[in-house]
Design a protein around this ligand. Structure first.
Ligand code: SF4
Length: 492
């Protein structure tokens, strides 16, 4: 529901975003909704995981909560107040709102928030409602505290007392919050965040683009990237810190073309750019300007020996991150998969699409099956980034680890050290798709995980085939990239 027509609307999300990106606040309020990337996989995934996490944490702690069947925002506000007046023990998804002047003008702002949970507690000699905010991650971030400040302030308008609050972070194996951090209301912190939001909302035009890691889950990513491309912004360079980008701009190298035209040695004068970074940075700028791959380094000789492409999918079990699925293929793409399933001993399964799997009782056995399979052919076991090797070190049994670890080879590092593509990132999906690999529909680890869980519950092999198609694409895309590297390496 729209805010009162005479007032400006500020939401808890605006307060969070104001501390991270003023442009996001402005675009959420004034941007063309048709330009939002609502279906961006990272955004949808982050949202789905967040909702799932909140529900499972509340269930795990046996929270006594009233879920609001909200028909409209005004209805939610009225219902929240009625439930608070009745003194129910907890409310999930309460709707809080207050109208107030926030700056030195006589403008009125409608401020809204929807805490994950309100809980009735004894405080300052009476009963009050305190806000609880629930996050999947284990570490707090600065906007979490401002968000809780906002809820505490909104609650103080209803109940006359500013309550304490709690931030629940992560989850234990049993689903309860891994950390419960107390929150204490800080009016200065809240006013700082609110005034930043007010300034961003009132800006005559969108604040400048600043592409950062958090942009991955922002619905304005495509719009912002297009703006950065028009401006030939240094924000398009990957793996370059904000300090280094600002240093380049201060040195008069404010556009990609400026960097592409420099000799790598000229970049060394900029703080934060060393002899290893400079050639990569220049190649990256040149690739983006000329829209083509730019080679600038040598591939390790070991890579030519072929070997295997390897990838895994993980979950949390007994407090550890362990694989539930792993796939490997040869350089031609012939794929094998091991999958954790309710079996006593390894057993084969052929899926409706013809993919053959080995079902294994646990992740230890999956590692053993992999070790045995790759022993049949020499050569490196390529993986993309250090994640897979870290999971190997953290979860494989000793014998499998001894056989596999010396052969692990980070294809991503080798790729990044040799060639730059005109792309926003070096993720395997982005790189391989640019080089012509065709991914299955909805290539997403979370969808694959849900399909796997559905198969465990229902035995539906079509769902499992979808999960395995994702795993297969992960390793075949690496084989695709490997073949492209071998065919295009200028030193071959
Ligand atoms: S994509 Fe990044 S720069 Fe653009 S609005 Fe979102 S967070 Fe801000």
């Amino acid at each position: 529901m729209p805010a009162d027509p005479g007032s400006l609307l500020i939401t808890a999300q605006d307060v969070r975003h104001a501390l991270v990106c003023a442009r996001r606040v402005w675009l959420d309020a004034h941007g063309d909704p048709a330009l939002r990337d609502e279906a961006a996989p990272e955004t949808a995934r982050a949202f789905a995981l967040g909702v799932q996490h909140e529900a499972s944490v509340l269930a795990a702690v046996g929270a006594a909560v009233e879920y609001l069947p909200v028909e409209s925002w005004a209805h939610g506000v009225a219902l929240t107040r009625r439930l608070m007046a009745r003194g129910v023990p907890g409310i999930a998804g309460a709707c809080l709102e207050h109208r107030a002047p926030l700056d030195l003008t006589d403008r009125l702002f409608t401020v809204r928030g929807r805490p994950d949970r309100l809980v009735r507690i004894a405080y300052a000699g009476t009963q009050v409602y305190a806000p609880v905010e629930i996050k999947r991650r284990r570490d707090p971030e600065a906007p979490d505290w401002a968000q809780l400040d906002l809820y505490a302030w909104l609650l103080s308008q209803v109940q006359g007392i500013t309550p304490p609050g709690e931030l629940w972070l992560g989850a234990t194996d049993l689903g309860a919050p891994a950390r419960r951090e107390p929150h204490e209301y800080d009016e200065d912190r809240l006013m700082d965040a609110l005034l930043r939001a007010v300034a961003a909302l009132g800006a005559p035009e969108a604040p400048p683009v600043r592409l950062e890691a958090h942009c991955k889950t922002c619905p304005w990513q495509t719009t912002c990237r297009a703006a950065a491309e028009r401006e030939e912004s240094l924000d398009l360079l990957y793996n370059v810190t904000r300090a280094a980008r600002d240093g380049l701009a201060a040195a008069g190298l404010a556009r990609l073309a400026d960097i592409a035209a420099c000799a790598p040695e000229d970049l060394l004068a900029v703080r934060g750019i060393g002899p290893a970074t400079a050639p990569r940075l220049r190649a990256n700028a040149q690739a983006l300007v000329e829209r083509r791959p730019v080679w600038y380094g040598a591939l390790p000789g070991d890579l030519r020996r072929g070997g295997w492409m390897f990838d895994l999918e993980t979950y949390q079990a007994r407090g550890k991150t362990v694989p539930w699925c792993m796939g490997w293929c040869d350089t031609a793409g012939a794929t094998q998969i091991a999958l954790v399933a309710p079996v006593q001993l390894p057993e084969p399964l052929t899926l409706p699409d013809g993919q053959r799997l080995t079902l294994v009782p646990d992740s230890d056995t999956a590692w053993e099956v992999l070790a045995e399979a790759v022993a049949a052919q020499a050569g490196p076991i390529c993986h993309w980034t250090g994640y897979d090797a870290a999971i190997l070190r953290g979860s494989a049994p000793a014998a499998a680890l001894a056989g596999l670890e010396p052969r692990m080879f980070d294809l991503h590092a080798a790729f990044k050290g040799a060639v730059s593509l005109p792309l926003p990132s070096t993720s395997i999906k982005v790189v391989s798709a640019y080089l012509g690999f065709v991914w299955p529909e909805n290539p997403d680890w979370f969808a694959a995980y849900l399909d796997y869980q559905f198969w465990l519950e229902s035995g539906d092999e079509v769902a499992l085939a979808r999960a395995c198609a994702y795993q297969r694409a992960d390793v075949q895309s690496m084989a695709w990239v490997w073949r492209w590297l071998m065919a295009n390496d200028p030193a071959r």
